[in-house]
Design a binder for this molecule. Structure first.
Ligand code: PLP
Length: 402
């Protein structure tokens, strides 16, 4: 279980009472906090100012496009995992760069992708051979993703693309076998993405490995993309070491350096509000069933897994252990165990923190669960409802409506 100690996820509520502020809102719903987005943005902007590096938003972590205008002043653009995210980045942050990495591109989408993307990163030499020339001919910057085969993660294997068995990134053995001058001439840049919620010491280990194994091919490259997984806005993140890594790459290879964090842009910038539907004690265990579901509304709680921060829970002095779970019929739809001051009651409002990342963009309607509506919390504490989800959002995805 990874339980990351972030900056206070509830710092936004130092001067306001969130129970009052959010009284009457229909739950479950997400609140995206403009002030925290800007606070994160300022940290990222400062690093870019100091180094000349360019930082992109990885949209797979956060694609609530109504907030892109808030982030835009602090970022160089967006990163996409494929056609739709590339299009979203181009439409909603139109004056900035769009970079794409995809495990494999499709013939029937590539021409359209060229309309949106500035950088296109290929995951294999086959794909580079197939699409590289076309991408170059339309003025795009072309890169390949490499696999440094240097694992620095302690977490679950599904987030580690560095193993010998990984399908992501080209290992050095493959490049040594197959890279010829024609292919090398197509390559403008190098991309690696190996980190997940990590600090810059792991970036340095990775960069040293990349340097050792791959730099013989870096004579003509114009950029290096350090991928995502940099937990830059976390309180214990070593920013000076990140800056050293960026400066090292820039001076050694005379390249532009890109980073594309997802979490690192929107850490602690949102909340998920939910009400207690029922409470009971079975076999001496206290349970509360909420109107939100881990499986549907915070899937990384199960996939990572992790324990999301809960407002006013786990404070010193809280003695009552309560197991929180969703109303679905999945036995594993558990959010986790928390320490409460008093037994929770029906209709209590609970507020989960750090809910901007990997939440609404990963939602599903399994079990007929509704999609939580999404609100923006402005700096002056006013808020605005962005969505109006209902039964149709569940039904339309499942078939033809007569
Ligand atoms: C997931 C991913 C990111 C963003 O990762 P975070 O852990 O959210 O920072 C960036 N680039 C690529 C290629 C990714 O797959």
């Amino acid at each position: 279980m990874i339980n990351i100690d972030l900056r206070d996820p509830f710092k936004r509520f130092k001067d306001i009472d969130p129970y009052k502020l959010f009284e009457g809102l229909k739950t479950p719903c997400y609140i995206i906090d403009v002030k925290s987005l800007k606070d994160n943005g300022k940290i990222l902007k400062d690093i870019q100012n100091k180094t000349g590096a360019k930082i992109l938003l990885a949209q797979k972590a956060f694609s609530n496009f109504n907030l892109y205008n808030v982030l835009e002043p602090y970022l160089a653009g967006t990163e996409a995992s494929g056609l739709f995210e590339a299009r979203l980045g181009k439409e909603e942050m139109p004056n900035k760069e769009v970079h794409v990495f995809c495990g494999a591109y499709r013939d029937d989408e590539f021409d359209e992708l060229l309309k949106y993307a500035d950088h296109i990163v290929f995951n294999s030499l086959n794909q580079l051979k197939k699409f590289g020339l076309k991408a170059k001919a339309s003025g795009k910057s072309v890169g390949i993703r490499i696999n440094p085969e240097k694992s620095t993660q302690k977490g679950p294997a599904i987030y580690d693309p560095c193993s010998k068995e990984s399908r992501l990134g080209i290992p050095i053995s493959k490049l040594d076998e197959e890279l010829n001058d024609d292919l090398l001439n197509l390559i403008d840049g190098i991309h690696f993405h190996t980190l997940c919620q990590q600090n810059s010491d792991d970036l340095k280990i990775t960069l040293d490995e990349v340097d050792k194994k791959f730099s013989k091919y870096f004579k003509n490259i114009k950029w290096i993309n350090f991928g995502g997984g940099h937990h830059i806005v976390r309180s214990d993140y070593d920013i000076p070491l990140l800056i050293d890594c960026i400066n090292y790459a820039k001076s050694k290879w005379n390249v532009d350096v890109y980073l594309e964090p997802g979490e690192g842009v929107v850490l602690n910038a949102g909340f998920l509000l939910t009400h207690v539907l029922d409470t009971y004690i079975n076999n001496d265990y206290c349970f509360a069933i909420l109107d939100t579901s881990a499986a549907c509304h915070m899937p990384d709680v199960i996939e990572m897994p992790y324990l999301p921060p809960l407002y006013k829970a786990d404070l010193e002095g809280n003695k009552i252990e309560v197991r929180l779970g969703g109303p679905t019929c999945l036995s594993g739809d558990n959010i986790g165990k928390y320490k409460f001051m008093d037994y929770p009651k029906e209709n209590d409002l609970l507020i989960f923190g750090d809910m901007a990342l990997y939440t609404s963009c990963k939602n599903n309607t399994f079990n007929g669960m509704p999609l939580p509506d999404i609100y923006v919390l402005n700096e002056d504490n006013s808020f605005e409802k962005l969505t109006n989800f209902g039964y149709n959002d569940f039904k339309y995805r499942l078939g033809k409506i007569k």
